[in-house]
Design a protein around this ligand. Structure first.
Ligand code: ZN
Length: 441
């Protein structure tokens, strides 16, 4: 093992053995992934019991998969997680049975628009099981019975996350956070994990002004769990943050702004991209995407941007088996890593002045969220889908997230319409639904 990872090749070598681990929101797939990180960095691994309340959410059951298969009546394997772990819906209930094709159909997940790939699906809270397969394979299924075996445990266990603090001269912190719950997929998000590990190997060799914290947590629930257990510390010490995700594909670099849009991190990233003449696209903040949603929730309002190559949902292989190692480019990872390092150097030198964002007078009726800390769990209120992994969220769901993110007393309904670029009717309907469940007042 090389002492320190320095380039795209090292990072791809590091993530290759992790591809087919059965990662999900909880369980041994996450633990084994963190074990691999522990070989390189002295991370602290923390466990949080299933059922524990974290703000509006609950830590889900632990899920450990051994193997899932689908086979026809003559025993031919049609799907096998030993080949690709995406063949099972993450967090599927254990199941063993023989079903007719008609009985099986509601539990099969495929992607009609990309018929050759296996889609990524999750169900962390609603108890169900699913087999995911390519649409081509699904269309070839013949009348008759099929055997389904999902050899897994779903039980009250723990959620696992990892973190590392590299203290600097100041207790002010910059955070790099990345999700570690996605099975199989390389760009989203093993590349982000590998880059973050390489970055912290580099940071531990530097003499830093700021303290640097690495948070490796399952998406959404992991970040919420971390924030729920570090609330006061986060508010007092975290000054800047980046979500390291989708950093390895051949698309141009994208930077998604923090909620304020004019934070130090926003200006530092733009300064590096412009001064180095790196082709890039800038995206406004939106409350849909990765864990920037939680860090930028109104109760925290931490300045987190997302520095990626293609953004979430922005490349055809996203959330499918085609997001494999072949879409990664060593040169792209090299460039991503260089940009991350340059941004950190700039912020650490304190050459970017801090600007206090201006708080404008709200336009339109002002609602206040009753749930300012992280996103509310809309699924338990029947306002959000209970399976995850779909590429696009319906406009109705986006509107709910926008209203919750901006119902902080500083934005009126007209401001929300303007920032979300959604129609007034859609925002009004979201407001009504959220008032109805007591999330707005
Ligand atoms: Zn994803």
């Amino acid at each position: 093992m090389k002492f320190r990872m320095t380039d795209g090749r090292d990072i791809i070598d590091f993530i290759r053995p992790l591809v087919n681990l059965p990662r999900s929101a909880t369980g041994n797939g996450v633990r084994r992934t963190l074990d691999a990180v522990s070989q390189r960095l002295p991370i602290e691994v923390r466990e949080y019991a299933s059922g524990k309340s974290v703000f509006d959410w609950v830590v889900p059951d632990e899920w450990n998969l051994r193997r899932a298969t689908l086979s026809d009546s003559t025993g031919n394997l049609l799907a096998d997680t030993n080949d690709c772990v995406l063949h099972v819906m993450a967090h599927s209930m254990p199941f063993n049975g023989t079903l007719s094709l008609e009985e099986l159909m509601p539990s099969l997940y495929s992607n009609e628009t990309l018929p050759g790939v296996i889609p990524y699906r999750t169900s962390y809270y609603a108890k169900r099981w699913g087999i995911c397969l390519s649409h081509e394979a699904k269309m070839k299924l013949k009348e008759g019975s099929c055997d389904v075996s999902i050899d897994a445990d779903l039980f009250a266990g723990h959620l696992t996350l990892g973190e590392l603090l590299i203290p600097g001269k100041s207790t002010d912190e910059m955070v790099i956070s990345t999700h570690i719950c996605h099975p199989f997929m390389a760009n989203d998000n093993l590349a982000g994990l590998g880059l973050a590990v390489a970055l912290f190997e580099w940071l531990s060799s530097r003499d830093n002004r700021l303290s640097y914290r690495l948070i490796l947590a399952p998406g959404t629930i992991g970040a919420i769990t971390w924030l729920a257990h570090n609330t006061e510390h986060a508010k007092q010490s975290i000054r800047h943050g980046l979500i390291a995700t989708c950093v390895g594909d051949r698309g141009v670099i994208h930077y998604k702004h923090s909620r304020s849009g004019e934070a130090t991190i926003d200006r530092a990233v733009k300064s590096v991209l412009e001064s180095r003449k790196i082709p890039h696209k800038l995206l406004d903040f939106s409350p849909y995407g990765y864990d920037e949603r939680q860090y930028n929730s109104p109760g925290f309002d931490l300045d987190f941007g997302v520095l990626s190559r293609s953004p979430n949902g922005g490349y055809p292989q996203y959330h499918t088996s085609a997001d494999d190692l072949s879409i990664l480019s060593e040169a792209a990872i090299d460039e991503s890593l260089a940009v991350y390092k340059a941004v950190i150097e700039l912020i650490d030198e304190q050459t970017i002045p801090q600007v206090t964002p201006t708080k404008a007078t709200p336009i339109g009726k002002v609602y206040r969220s009753t749930n300012l800390m992280c996103e509310p769990m809309l699924g338990k209120r029947g306002l959000y889908k209970t399976t995850g992994g779909a590429v696009h969220s319906p406009t109705r769901e986006l509107a709910l997230l926008w209203v919750m993110n901006l119902a902080d007393g500083h934005h009126g309904v007209a401001d929300i319409v303007q920032r979300s670029k959604l129609s007034p009717a859609v925002i009004d309907a979201a407001v009504e639904a959220l008032v109805g469940v007591g999330l707005l007042e």
